[in-house]
Structures are given as structure tokens and as C-alpha cells.
Design a protein around this ligand. Structure first.
Ligand code: BEZ
Length: 255
């Protein structure tokens, strides 16, 4: 996970402009199918909306996130739920949960095997891991254009600056098996995702892709974003509505 990036996210902006993250997560809760009384860990809970939905279904839920801002907001919104700031790569739970749930967070973790190992250890034997993350090719139209325009503006881009890990089904399920999971489900699908407002693409880039512009002058960054908007408008914007080319990977593994 890009700790600097996620720690400085503005939790209010996240709720205002990017609430689709948890809206789309509802169908992942169906895949989790929580049973009343189960102990469930929500890894990367953000501002807590999905943890709250799981709580309403009777799950005994703990939400963790690396961002203090997010956890403060989550605790303020849902005081009846336990939230904590924690690093997924240093999870301290052992045999503690019936299920580990994660929506749209694991693609921020660039040490996926270590994260899977920590998740595996957090589960009770027989417990399930249910997750969605960006899959291979996720938002590639946008990221290719950002990288292209950055290089044209004289920004030296190196692959280490790419903020995400977007694995194929084969790659991720192999890692799951290597840490001990029995993989019972894996599915990749396209999910064209509307971005809020006429500045939707710009806001998305500023919120999520800031790392690519780390240490760049504001004016250079502005120029890159303006060029990206211009070049992608015909392809990703219809009637003033931006649609991002999200590709999702869903998995279920059993400990
Ligand atoms: C995603 O959920 O796939 C995603 C979100 C923000 C940046 C990149 C990917």
C-alpha cells in the first residue's frame, strides 16, 4: 500500500466524490454472506460504510485501515463499530476471524504475498477470505495516458512510481495457494465506473494517482492532467459523464 498516499487522503472528499467505491462493494457483501455472530475483519475499511452494512447483517465486525483520517471518519460515523489504524503488512491477529473481507484496497499493496500471509494467519482454520481488487488491465486507458503525457512533459517516470498492483487471476490465485489458501472462487470482469461530475477524471487522478506526480511542480501536473482529459474525452466521456475502465478481480480462499 502506498502509505503516504492513503494517509493523506481527505476522508470528506473521499465520501463526497468517490462514494462509488463502497456502493459497488455491496454485491461483494453478498459474496461474503455474513452469518449472524461471525467475527469478521474488514481490511482497508476506508470510512466504514461496508463495515456498517456487514454489522447490520449481524456480523461482529472490526474495520482496519492504514489511514488515520479514514479511521477517524469511520469511527465518527459508526461509533458502535470497532475501528483501528493498522498496517496490513503487520497484522497482529492470529486464528481470530471467521472471515476476512476486503474491497478495493489490496491493489494498493505492493507486497501482495506478505499481505496474503497476514490475512491467512488472521483467519481461524476453515475461515474464508473474500476480496475484490483491481485486476490486470485495470484503469489502463487512464494510466497509460497519464504516463505518456507525463513523459511528454519531461517527467521521468519509473515503473516503481506506479501506485498499484493489478494482478491477473492466475498470478493472484497462485500467490493465494502459495500462502496456504484453498481457492474456491476467482473471477475477473469489466466494470465501467462513472466518475462524479464534469471534473470526474481530474478529481480521480488528483485523489488516487498523486504518486505519479510526486515532487512535480503544480503547473506541470496541471498541464499533464489537462492533456489527459483532452486526449481521453472522446473515448471515456459521454454527455459530460466520465466512465473509467475498471476491471475487477474477485476471489474467495479458505484457510
Ligand atoms: C480501483 O478500485 O480499482 C482503483 C481505485 C483507485 C485507483 C486505482 C484503482
Amino acid at each position: 500500500m502506498k502509505q503516504q498516499t492513503t494517509n493523506t487522503w481527505n476522508a470528506n472528499l473521499y465520501d463526497k466524490n468517490h462514494s462509488f467505491v463502497s456502493k459497488f462493494g455491496h454485491s461483494l457483501i453478498e459474496l461474503l454472506a455474513p452469518i449472524k455472530g461471525e467475527q469478521i475483519l474488514d481490511v482497508g475499511c476506508g470510512t466504514g460504510d461496508l463495515a456498517h452494512e456487514i454489522y447490520k447483517l449481524g456480523g461482529s465486525i472490526v474495520g482496519i485501515d492504514q489511514s488515520e483520517n479514514m479511521i477517524q471518519q469511520a469511527q465518527h460515523k459508526y461509533p458502535h463499530i470497532s475501528f483501528a489504524v493498522q498496517d496490513i503488512l503487520k497484522l497482529e491477529y492470529n486464528n481470530a476471524f471467521d472471515a476476512v473481507f476486503s474491497n478495493a484496497m489490496l491493489h494498493w499493496v505492493k507486497q501482495p504475498k506478505q499481505a496474503l500471509h497476514c490475512i491467512y494467519n488472521s483467519l481461524k482454520p476453515g475461515g474464508r477470505f473474500v476480496a475484490e481488487l483491481g485486476g490486470k488491465g485495470n484503469v489502463q486507458t487512464i494510466t497509460n495516458e497519464i504516463i505518456d503525457q507525463s513523459e511528454k512533459s519531461g517527467i521521468t517516470y519509473t515503473p516503481e512510481q506506479f501506485p498499484w498492483y493489478f494482478p491477473s487471476i492466475g498470478e493472484y490465485t497462485s500467490l493465494m495457494e502459495e500462502v496456504g489458501f484453498h481457492v474456491i472462487f476467482a473471477y475477473q470482469f469489466d466494470r465501467p465506473t462513472p466518475l462524479e461530475g464534469s471534473d470526474g477524471l481530474r478529481n480521480w487522478i488528483e485523489m488516487f494517482a498523486a504518486n505519479i506526480f510526486a515532487n512535480q511542480l503544480k503547473a506541470v501536473k496541471e498541464r499533464v492532467i489537462t492533456n489527459v482529459e483532452h486526449n481521453l474525452r472522446d473515448h471515456l466521456c459521454k454527455d459530460n459523464q466520465w466512465i473509467a475502465d475498471y476491471k475487477r478481480l474477485r476471489v474467495i480462499g479458505i484457510r
